[in-house]
Write a protein that binds this ligand. Structure first.
Ligand SMILES: [Zn+2]
Length: 319
């Protein structure tokens, strides 16, 4: 069977603005938006976004309403619905449970709410299989929460949870600072993917690989390091590339400058992903169209990248 699969997709960057607006009303939260349209505007990346940090501010508003069980369950269901509607057959959704603890929920509670919503979605849309990746966050004083994320991932591993990740501001908090967190993940045998080589260089990716990462989120920096390119191709390390997102966070200044071609031609298993659907105003189909039109990839090459995605999936038990 042909699969249409996406490996790198954030729950909190992919919420429906209508839902965020409605949830804010229900929860009695004052959000910095006076209408659905303004909510949508605040959730989307500004045209003149300059940095990854500025991009990450788009998550403040969605996270305000993601502090309740019902809200987490609902948005998880809706994202599965969205993906099934686009024709996806396989998706790995990721989020950071530690960002939804403001009202007293534990990371276990938060994760369970998301699992519940995704499961309800998959019951409704059985054509889609989905896995859940729990993100640790780059930060200065959240080591304990990150270790707890690994513990939660261990507890729910195999029950939707299929891997752990590290997300957040890469240039402010270097990958090397998170060694103890991923030592724990390795000890538990949890599959690892890490955002690296996005806002920092090839060394950040090397550190991620030394932590046992089997995949890398973005990994664009490898295009400028021949030795690393060779290593990624030899060891078949999948790169979860997100072209629109890279443009929005100014990893590349023009879409046409994206080094996806160089990564692909070097034999690295590169995959195409949307990263944040609402924030970047995109979908998997749109990303594929962009890559065909702006970066000159052929249909056969796009199929090959789909094959790479399927082969690099963390939920291997699916046929
Ligand atoms: Zn990401």
């Amino acid at each position: 069977m042909e699969h249409f699969a996406e490996l790198h997709l954030h729950l909190d960057g992919s919420l429906r603005p209508e839902t965020v607006w409605e949830l804010a009303g229900k929860q009695g939260i004052r959000i910095p938006a006076g209408s659905v349209e303004e909510t949508r505007f605040k959730m989307q990346v500004p045209e003149n976004c300059r940095t990854l940090e500025e991009y990450l501010e788009r998550f403040d508003l969605p996270l305000m309403v993601l502090q309740e069980w019902e809200a987490l369950e609902r948005v998880s269901f809706e994202l599965v619905e969205e993906l099934a509607g686009e024709g996806l057959t396989y998706a790995e959704i990721r989020f950071a449970p530690q960002l939804s603890m403001k009202n007293g929920m534990s990371q276990d509670d938060v994760t369970e709410a998301v699992i519940r919503g995704m499961r309800r979605g998959m019951e409704r849309y059985p054509q889609l299989s989905a896995g859940l990746i729990l993100c640790c966050m780059r930060g200065a004083d959240n080591q304990e929460q990150n270790v707890q994320t690994i513990e939660t991932a261990k507890k729910y591993f195999g029950d939707m949870v299929c891997a752990v990740d590290l997300a957040g501001a890469e240039s402010l908090f270097p990958t090397s600072a998170f060694a103890p967190v991923f030592a724990r993940a390795r000890e538990y045998g949890l599959p690892i993917t890490i955002h690296a080589g996005e806002a920092a260089g090839a060394d950040s990716m090397r550190t991620a690989l030394s932590f046992g990462a089997g995949r890398i989120g973005h990994g664009v920096a490898a295009a400028y390091d021949d030795r690393l390119l060779e290593q990624l191709a030899d060891e078949k390390i999948c790169l979860e590339v997100c072209v629109s997102s890279n443009y929005h966070t100014k990893v590349v200044s023009r879409l046409e400058d994206h080094p996806l071609r160089r990564l692909y031609d070097s034999g690295v298993p590169v995959t195409v992903n949307s990263d944040n659907r609402t924030c970047s105003g995109t979908s998997l189909k749109r990303e594929f169209a962009l890559i065909r039109q702006r970066l000159g990839f052929t249909d056969d090459e796009l199929l090959k990248m789909q094959k790479y995605a399927w082969e690099a999936r963390f939920l291997k038990q699916i046929q």
